[in-house]
Design a protein around this ligand. Sequence first.
Ligand code: HBI
Ligand code: FE
Length: 289
Amino acid sequence: MKSPDTHVHETPPPGSAPDWTCPQNWDAFSPGEHAMWDRLFARQWDMLPGRASDAFLRGIDVLRLEKPGIPDYRELNARLVDATGWQVVAVPGLVPDEVFFDHLANRRFPAGNFIRTPEQLDYLQEPDVFHDVFGHVPMLADPVFADYMVAYGLGGLRSLKFDALKQLARLYWYTVEFGLIREAGGLRIYGAGIVSSYSESVFALDSDSPNRIGFDLARVMRTDYRIDDFQQNYFVIDSLGQLLDTTVNTDFAPLYVENAALPPIPIADILPGDEVITRGTQDYATAKA
Ligand code: HBI
Ligand code: FE
């Protein structure tokens, strides 16, 4: 087992339940797989003080994630359930959208039950246990963020009726995966795609290249993103409460209709109404083009 499943099946693969979950089978991870976790963890750990948001660092602590090896969900979930009622469940790989949203709406975070190989140290297409558990789970120990993720899952289930998945996926991308937050000490990262990536953790905060723009829900839902390289725009929230409040207090149905009538916003554009925190040079993206 423990090899990445690279296709989204219509039905769960053998060994998975109807909701796509599978046993974590923690005892089956090899010493080499645990060592890969430790290597990734150590690299992130040295870099995150002064970069990761307070909530993320608190989550690592509350969940005892600094313990060596791939976390055993029996132990991890005891702490996570206590903190916010969330739990981690193992899945073979990407799951269909509706299944994903249903898990979130019910406070279950699906985590890929495999870990990258040494050749995939810095880039892999499908979320592995390091991205899913190290990147996502610490934030789920924060009560406000935990509620935001439930609201997102419920909104996701509703969005399927509106054919608005793309707009909602952008919201996830620019918050849950690549979000920045303004704290007393300055900008910090909280998005799982950043905190689980060594190079993007540095780039997102230190590089002159990307734009950093104040978060605006409708704007974000219209903004294209790239999945193949560092982001060209990051969106900055003032607090996790802002994220939760705007999400639960906004009626998404009319917003979907309004947004659908407008063109998508290109990945690096700055609009007249934007709160520009840093205007990027886009040198990094230009050099690569
Ligand atoms: N499945 N395992 C897994 N992890 C995800 O992040 C994920 C998924 N299926 C669908 C999905 N994400 C998207 O629908 C959302 O990012 C919008
Ligand atoms: Fe993710």
